[in-house]
Design a protein around this ligand. Structure first.
Ligand SMILES: Cc1ncc(COP(=O)(O)O)c(C=O)c1O
Length: 394
C-alpha cells in the first residue's frame, strides 16, 4: 500500500485494504472480537499504556486492525490528525460535546442544528448544569460577541438541518479559535468529498456515517475527526463512556466508502436537477438548497464547498396538513423515513425547531433525499402526487 496516495479517488480505492502479499482478497475480512491475547505480561502492559492510540491492539472496545484502517482512511479524507469511530452519528455529536462540557460551562449551539443535537443539549447537558445559548447560524464573525470566559465549545452545522442555510465556517472557527474555544462542526451533509472543514479552521468534525459515508442504509456509525490538540481527549471520553463500533459496521463502512466519490458526484447533479424541477412547480413557494442563489449563505457555499449532496428542502405554499399527508402517501418511489444518504430516495415533512427566531417561513416544509433512481421516474411520481396539494399562492 503506498504511503502517500495523490488524491481522494486513489485514497478511497487504496487505503484500508489488506497488506500487499501474494494471493490476497481485495477487501479486509470481517474482523470480530472482544479479548485480545498477548504472549507476555510485558506486551500486555505496553498495549494497556498505549490503549488510547489508534492502532494499539488492546481490547475489542478500543478497536481492532480493521477499525484502525478505517480511522486512518477517514483522517486522510478529512485532512484531520486523528479520527475516533462511534456507534452512531448521535454518539459522535454527544461524545465530542462531552469532551468539552462541564458543569457551569456555556455552550454555543447554532439554531439550525440537527434535532437530536438540540435534544441532547436540552436534556443531558442542561441536567449537567451546562448553559446552552442558541445563535443565529448566519452570525459569522459576530460570534465573538457571544463568546464568554466560560464558553466550552461552539457547535454548528453546515448546512443547517432541514433549512439548509450555510454558515461562514472560517469566520466562526477563527473567532472561536482566537478565544481558545474549540469549534465542532457537523459535516454529515457535505462529506469530505465536498468540504474539508479542518482546512477551514474547524477543530473537530462530527459526522453520521450511517448516511453518505457508508451509503447503503445498512450501517449505523459515526466519526469524530479532529486536530491533534483534541484527539486524545476525544478518544478518552469516547472510551470512558464505553461507546463501541461493531466489526460488521466497520466492514460495511469500508465497503461503502469505496464508491463515495462517484455517489456524491451523482447526488450533486441529481439533487440540483430535482431541486430546479421543484422550483418550476406551481405548488412550490421556495426550494432550500445551498446551490440556489437565494439560499442564505449561498456565497459561503460557493467559496467553501465543491458540490452539494442530494438532500434539500421544499417549502410548499400553505395547504392543509391532510393535503401534505395525501401527497406524501401517494409517492411510490420515495420512502417515508428518517435518515438519508443511502441509494434510495426519501421524503419527510419537517417542522424546524428554532430558539433564536431563525425560521420565519410560512408554508409546509418537506425534505427530499434524492437517491440513485432514474430522475424521470422520480419526476413522474411527483407529477402524479403534486395535484393533491391544493395550495394557495401567497
Ligand atoms: C445532520 C445529522 N447529523 C447526525 C445525525 C445522526 O446520525 P445517526 O442517525 O447515525 O445517529 C443525523 C441523522 O439524521 C443528521 O441528520
Amino acid at each position: 500500500m503506498p504511503n502517500s496516495a495523490p488524491n481522494i479517488s486513489d485514497d478511497l480505492v487504496q487505503l484500508g485494504r489488506p497488506e500487499r502479499e501474494d494471493g490476497r482478497h481485495v477487501n479486509l475480512p470481517l474482523e470480530l472480537g472482544s479479548t485480545i491475547v498477548f504472549d507476555t505480561l510485558a506486551e500486555f502492559e505496553a498495549a494497556r499504556d498505549a490503549r488510547y492510540d489508534s492502532g494499539t491492539m488492546y481490547y475489542g472496545r478500543y478497536g481492532n486492525a480493521a477499525t484502525f484502517k478505517l480511522e486512518t482512511l477517514l483522517a486522510r479524507l478529512e485532512k484531520a490528525d486523528a479520527v475516533t469511530l462511534t456507534s452512531s452519528g448521535v454518539a459522535a455529536i454527544t461524545m465530542a460535546i462531552l469532551t468539552f462540557a462541564r458543569p457551569g460551562a456555556h455552550l454555543l449551539v447554532a439554531d439550525h442544528v440537527y434535532g437530536n443535537t438540540r435534544g441532547f443539549c436540552e436534556t443531558v447537558l442542561k441536567r449537567m448544569g451546562v448553559e446552552i445559548e442558541y445563535f443565529n447560524p448566519m452570525i459569522g464573525a459576530g460570534i465573538s460577541e457571544l463568546l464568554r470566559d466560560t464558553t466550552c465549545a461552539v457547535m454548528f452545522e453546515a448546512p443547517g438541518s432541514g433549512t439548509f442555510e450555510v454558515p461562514d465556517i472560517p469566520a466562526i472557527a477563527k473567532a472561536a479559535h482566537a478565544a481558545n474555544v474549540p469549534s465542532i462542526l457537523d459535516s454529515t451533509w457535505a462529506t469530505p468529498i465536498f468540504c474539508q472543514p479542518i482546512t477551514l479552521g474547524v477543530d473537530v468534525i462530527v459526522a453520521s456515517m450511517s448516511k453518505y459515508l457508508s451509503g447503503h442504509s445498512d450501517c449505523m456509525m459515526g466519526m469524530i475527526a479532529s486536530t491533534a490538540q483534541y484527539a486524545q481527549d476525544i478518544r478518552k471520553t469516547t472510551m470512558a463512556i464505553g461507546d463501541k463500533t461493531g466489526g460488521q459496521e466497520v466492514f460495511l463502512a469500508l465497503r461503502g466508502l469505496r464508491t463515495l466519490k462517484m455517489r456524491m458526484e451523482h447526488f450533486d447533479k441529481a439533487g440540483r436537477d430535482m431541486a430546479q424541477w421543484f422550483a418550476d412547480q406551481p405548488q412550490v413557494k421556495t426550494v432550500l438548497h445551498p446551490a440556489f442563489k437565494d439560499c442564505p449563505g449561498h456565497a459561503n457555499w460557493l467559496r467553501d464547498f465543491s458540490g452539494a449532496s442530494g438532500l434539500f428542502g421544499v417549502v410548499f405554499h400553505p395547504c392543509s396538513d391532510d393535503q401534505i399527508r395525501t401527497f406524501v402517501d401517494a409517492l411510490h418511489h420515495f420512502g417515508i423515513g428518517v435518515s438519508w444518504g443511502g441509494y434510495e430516495s426519501l421524503v419527510l415533512p419537517v417542522t424546524p425547531q428554532r430558539s433564536a427566531g431563525t425560521w420565519t417561513q410560512s408554508g409546509q416544509l418537506v425534505r427530499f433525499n434524492i437517491g440513485l433512481e432514474d430522475l424521470d421516474t422520480l419526476k413522474a411520481d411527483l407529477t402524479a402526487a403534486l395535484p393533491h396539494l391544493n395550495t394557495l399562492s401567497e
